[in-house]
Design a protein around this ligand. Structure first.
Ligand SMILES: Cc1ncc(COP(=O)(O)O)c(C=O)c1O
Length: 373
């Protein structure tokens, strides 16, 4: 079965430049002189991005004969494309409304199909029922790739405690820290490839971006006025939009690795948790929609606050107000009704560690107003 991705519903160029950003900026107060990642072993490498780490894991874990992989139906194409490139047969499995997995459905798929591999995702930094899912997969001798793209802290903690049943774990550093690139791969039972270092010119460009200097210079560039809405149509997934096979050989920038090592991880963790708790409490009675999760478990660190809008038009309204909410619009066709619904209604509200109270209040006010019109 070939995988079909639709094109994005909206183009970022249709919206004004955001004032409340999805990602944090670099700030000295979140740095320390003490290496925070001392647990990292020879089984761990820093890749250019998460998709590169997925490709290396997918290649290392391939088995003889047909490789059939289960991937959650709610996903972004960057996580699926490496497996298509590696010639895996992809089967999408449905997600429940809280993005956990129905163990009965999973079990049936494992029995009916000749599944060899499975991707499990810690969506937005939350655990869902990942431990039960991994346990079931292990009982069926399935190779597990744990996607911690949104869960850098769980990735780090799992390495420290050897606390995951997965055969490989990946993370995406720039989702949580203010870098321009960066992925991580932990694969304890396989040897790792040597990655190419990036050129110094590109490293300097990366540093300028991380420091926010290139963005300031870009403000002087003429804005792109060609903002026609893209037409939704299916495209063949062999024409990759996000994954560039060559990137699999590239290491992360040196300064990204440095940032991962010398960021005050505990402080970042606490700020994100506090921001999430504040937003949750203030949006409790909001009439525009509801938060997908209202509590944080002990080890959960939110990447964003997933929020289910009552009206699909609210996404555009928030972007027009300058709030950089995100959503996964390019989900491959599947029979999962939750994914089809969430592609338009589930948005990712920022709750990163650099958000000020004023920004959070601006976000709360904008959403609350939508429900009161
Ligand atoms: C769940 C998930 N996995 C993997 C990826 C790929 O990560 P990266 O953007 O670092 O390549 C992303 C983001 O695009 C993601 O959201």
């Amino acid at each position: 079965m070939s995988v079909k991705f639709p094109v994005a519903l909206e183009s970022a160029t249709s919206f004004p430049t955001p004032t409340i950003l999805a990602s944090p900026k670099s700030r000295l107060r979140f740095l320390t002189l003490k290496n925070q990642l001392s647990a990292y072993t020879e089984h761990c490498i820093f890749t250019k991005n998460g998709r590169g780490a997925i490709a290396i894991a997918g290649e290392a874990l391939k088995r003889d004969g047909e490789n059939i992989i289960l991937i959650p139906a709610y996903h972004c194409p960057a996580l699926v494309e490496p497996f298509i490139w590696l010639n895996y047969t992809v089967i999408f499995y449905p997600v429940l409304p809280d993005l956990s997995t129905d163990l009965g459905v999973l079990n049936a798929l494992l029995i009916e199909e000749r599944v060899t591999h499975c991707v499990v995702i810690r969506y937005f930094g939350f655990e869902q029922n990942i431990n039960e899912v991994e346990l079931m997969l292990k009982q069926h001798n399935i190779s597990i790739i744990e996607d911690c793209a949104h869960a850098f802290f769980a990735f780090h903690n799992n390495i420290l405690t050897e606390g995951s049943a997965a055969d490989a774990q990946i993370c995406s550093i720039n989702k949580l820290l203010p870098s321009i690139d960066g992925g991580g791969l932990y694969i304890p039972k396989h040897s790792l490839p040597t990655l190419y270092p990036r050129s110094w010119l590109s490293e300097i460009k990366g540093i300028l971006h991380t420091l926010g200097i290139s963005q300031r210079l870009l403000k002087f560039k003429k804005p792109n006025t060609n903002s026609t809405r893209s037409k939704a149509s299916s495209v063949d997934a062999t024409k990759f939009r996000y994954f560039m096979p060559d990137e699999k050989h590239a290491a992360s920038y040196r300064h990204t690795k440095w940032l991962a090592k010398y960021s005050r991880l505990n402080k970042i963790k606490q700020r994100r948790r506090d921001n999430f708790a504040y937003l949750i409490s203030e949006l409790k009675n909001c009439k525009a929609g509801k938060s997908l999760y209202t509590e944080l478990k002990t080890n959960e660190v939110p990447y964003v606050l997933p929020f289910l809008l009552d009206d699909v038009e609210y996404f555009k309204a928030l972007r027009m107000k300058g709030i950089q909410v995100l959503r996964w619009e390019e989900i491959a066709e599947s029979s999962c009704s939750v994914s089809a619904d969430y592609k338009e209604r589930l948005v990712q509200l920022p709750c990163h560690h650099q958000m000020s109270k004023a920004e959070m209040n601006g976000l709360i006010q904008s959403i609350t107003e939508l429900g009161e019109i």
